[in-house]
Write a protein that binds this ligand. Sequence first.
Ligand code: PLP
Length: 463
Amino acid sequence: MTAVSNIYPTAALRAADAAHHIHPFSDTKELNAEGSRIITQADGVWLTDSDGNRIMDGMAGLWCVQVGHGRKEIADAVHKQMCELSYYNTFFKTTHPPVVALAEKLAQLAPDHMNRVFFCSSGSEANDTVFRMVRHYWAQMGKPEKQVIIGRWNGYHGSTLAGTSLGGMKAMHGQGNLPVPGVHHIDQPYWFGEGGDMSPEDFGIAVARKLEEAIDQIGEDKVAAFIAEPIQGAGGVIIPPETYWPEVKRILKERDILFVADEVICGFGRLGSWFGSDYYDLKPDLMPIAKGLSSGYLPIGGVMVSDRVAEGIIDKGGEFYHGYTYSGHPACAAAALANLEIMEREKLVERVRDDIGPYLQKHWQALGDHPLVGEARMVGLVGALELVPVKGDRTKKFADEGTVGTICRDISFKNGLVMRAVSDRMIISPPLVLSHEEADLLAATAKKTLDETYAELKRTGRI
Ligand SMILES: *Cc1c(COP(=O)(O)O)cnc(C)c1O
């Protein structure tokens, strides 16, 4: 029986949304003409929209809902915390039990040399914190001229001024006259798109050495840090060639700069390890975290700090003039703690590494045989399909870039699966609680979607 309260006035909600709501990363004019899809409920890996359709959430919301939707245990923990202490700040020589417990828990989960965390409310704020913290660190260490931060083209670090600047999204830079001064970008390890005639192994080394060249060109005494995602998420799930990280590590060892591993997507089990830095053995100096930290139940982020950086920003003394009203918010900390407790109890990280990860990867690899797919790649539970007009030729791209991805995404949605399109690449990043049956269905729906997209492209003469 369907309860009457579950029926939503779709048209009225769409009209009010169009009249008053500005959507993030959207062409709002176009969206308003089309009308938003209204999500009303979610449970496990399933979303329900206002018309009663059930859709599989292949993106875990926005790469964040590790433990699945609708976990009452997290809601209960937040409710209990709000009844006890809904808010107090951590500025004025004060702290509170949930933030202490969360900091301690994170120190335990993080690599051994990282024992402290600075809290904020999002991945963007985490990277704003990074921006100031690395420069503050070098000033404290008596090297204030070390200012430049090296990021990568097509990297994503959020959409605030610092996040956009550190990231390498040219379209974002174009709005707001960014990056801010003092940021330098190098090439990304995107073999499929930019590897040319090189083997993935040679390309991995060559593109890693861009870091060395940049440091030499700018001057090591001017460079504060290098920031990178272990695997680029928003840029299109760019999994670097196996040679890339070892070569970057070799360079970082020889140069006295800080390394920031942006763990906002890779952290909290996505790759089958607690952090992407564990997966690639990166030993970073700083790790921005957010998303999976609370599975998105409440907004919380942070920056994990190594003992080396702690020496500069803590042991040397002096105030770091930085913080947010909601740094370590008690209800958000309680949500994160409950989320991490579920992850540990249900062994979700091990599950991604040993069970559901390899299981879905096998399905995903098989999609690589499809005539529309140039490459299928996946680590843990994050993957991409490169859609191509000519199978076996990496140099050929679709004429109006991004259009085919959008067509495929819309067909996927119609078929009951959320995949995201990044240009002409299809992305998935499902909740870590995905069952085998759901993985079967995800792969079957993706296959059906590719078939229908292929037929549509033939019909419209795009291939
Ligand atoms: C999403 C993301 C961010 C930004 O996080 P917000 O919470 O959206 O501000 C930063 N870095 C990476 C790698 C991300 O994927």
